[in-house]
Write a protein that binds this ligand. Structure first.
Ligand code: NDP
Length: 434
């Protein structure tokens, strides 16, 4: 805490990982003797910069940008960019630290990073978003490259923003390389990248259910968020036979007791991706549904829960409510949506709990495959990529089982943390004192 003051989310992420890793490290003294955990909790490099841009009224605005290149032991740095007013260095350090373990779990050669800005995209015009993205990349471009560091999207950074940034990179670096992922299909994007995090999270849950010979058929499900991850989580859940009862946004949550079907999902996508308005608008068209302001969906009776909005959106009390209401599985599309105390409740009750670093790794895995396709200068079909995604989620699940299987229960947190750690730790050991 003295070393990293004012970074509570970073402390939270490290604490959760260290708790599971320390017993393993004690059993494997080669990691202890080489101070591997100390090395892995210190970023390789933190870059901060000013982003100056002009709003539509001609005012000059100043934001702060960061890139945290956390650990590059097993490949080029890889991880998303977040544009949100809440972004601080501590947020990006927590995300970058988690990303190192997640990327290792995917089995692909990618180091971990995260970046972003405290720029608030809410209420900004398209022209302002473009000017900000161009200004952001004008500074970031000197630190990234296809073999060095390959950023992607995250909260507030979708296809539109990636396109603005890629256009600016291409222009100022005078090179056409896969320096960002999540690109448009017309200029180097991968099929199924948009869907990958949400689909991957559902594929991971499918594997978890299969351990108990169970599946999605007829299962009631609550999802939080209504952005990229949530939308494709809902789509895949519907396809696999679950009934999705909720989605949410910053203002509250939407509950549709009849279930959100494919047509209703299209309506939600129109509201969030095109009109960029509150989910509250949904009930105008579907009066059977309700929008509850200022609340999250964890009080709705459900079998399965997919937190897919943001960090710390599910606390101890929510965890208890979910379990009292009969929830048997929690699968995290978002990064660290459950507080550490909520995780303890899941563990105490031995429900199936898939932590984000394993369950939402499908997005970065397909980003990794976007890099592969860019290097080969070809594009695989949607079906091909989707099949690879399913294979990768299976492998991640198997790795979690390998390190996390206990008597009659799987500790996925332990499995994911140790599974992600070993590969990076072994690379650091092999490199010597680095
Ligand atoms: P989007 O920006 O597309 O969507 C974010 C969603 O979460 C929106 O519905 C937003 O509401 C809601 N939200 C954001 N902040 C808050 C908050 N403080 N309280 C309540 N709701 C909030 O982001 P993504 O879907 O891409 O990301 C969601 C989560 O998934 C993040 O934790 C991200 O790190 C993680 N993730 C994303 C990956 C990806 O490929 N995109 C990969 C792996 C993890 P509103 O509509 O009101 O803004």
């Amino acid at each position: 805490i003295r070393r990293n003051p004012g970074q509570p989310e970073f402390h939270q992420a490290v604490e959760e990982v260290a708790e599971k890793l320390i017993p393993f490290i004690n059993e494997n003294p080669k990691y202890l003797d080489a101070s591997i955990l100390e090395r892995m909790t210190e970023p390789d490099r933190v870059i901060s910069f000013r982003v100056t841009w002009m709003d539509d009224e001609g005012n000059i605005r100043v934001n702060r940008g960061h890139r945290v290149q956390f650990n590059g032991a097993i490949g080029p740095y890889k991880g998303g960019l977040r544009f949100d007013k809440s972004v601080s260095l501590g947020t990006l350090k927590f995300l970058g630290f988690e990303q190192v373990l997640k990327n290792s779990l995917t089995t692909l050669p990618m180091g971990g990073a995260k970046g972003g800005s405290d720029f608030n995209p809410k209420g900004k015009s398209e022209a302002e978003i473009m000017r900000f993205c161009h200004a952001f990349m004008t500074e970031l471009y000197r630190y990234i490259g296809k073999d060095t560091d390959v950023p992607a999207g995250d909260i507030g950074v979708g296809g539109r923003e990636v396109s603005f940034m890629f256009g600016q990179y291409r222009r100022i670096a005078n090179e056409y390389t896969g320096v960002l992922t999540g690109k448009n299909l017309a200029f180097g994007g991968s099929n199924a990248r948009t869907e990958a995090t949400g689909y991957g999270s559902v594929y991971f849950a499918k594997e978890m259910l299969a351990v108990r010979n169970d599946d999605f058929n007829g299962k009631k499900t609550v999802v939080s968020g209504s952005g990229n991850v949530a939308q494709y989580t809902v789509e895949k859940l519907i396809q696999l036979g679950a009934t999705v009862l909720t989605v949410s946004d910053r203002g509250g949550f939407l509950h549709d007791p009849d279930g959100i079907d494919a047509e209703k999902l299209t309506h939600i996508q129109q509201l969030k991706n095109v009109d960029r308005v509150s989910l509250g608008e949904y009930v105008k068209k579907d009066p059977g549904a309700t929008y509850t302001e200022g609340q999250r969906p964890w009080g709705i009776k459900t079998d399965l829960a997919f937190p897919s909005a943001t960090q710390n959106e599910l606390d101890e009390k929510d965890a208890e409510t979910l379990i009292t209401n009969g929830c048997i599985l929690v699968c995290e599309g978002a990064n660290m949506p459950s507080t550490n105390k909520a995780v303890k409740v899941f563990e105490k009750n031995k429900i199936m709990y898939g932590p984000g670093k394993a369950a939402n790794a499908g997005g970065v895995a397909i980003s990794g495959l976007e890099m592969t396709q860019n290097s080969m200068r070809l594009q695989w079909s949607f079906e091909e990529v989707d099949e690879k995604l399913q294979g990768i989620m299976k492998k991640i699940h198997a790795k979690c089982m390998k390190y996390g299987q206990e008597d009659g229960w799987v500790d996925y947190v332990k499995g994911a943390n140790i599974g992600g750690f070993v590969k990076v730790a072994d690379a650091l050991l092999a490199y010597g004192v680095i």
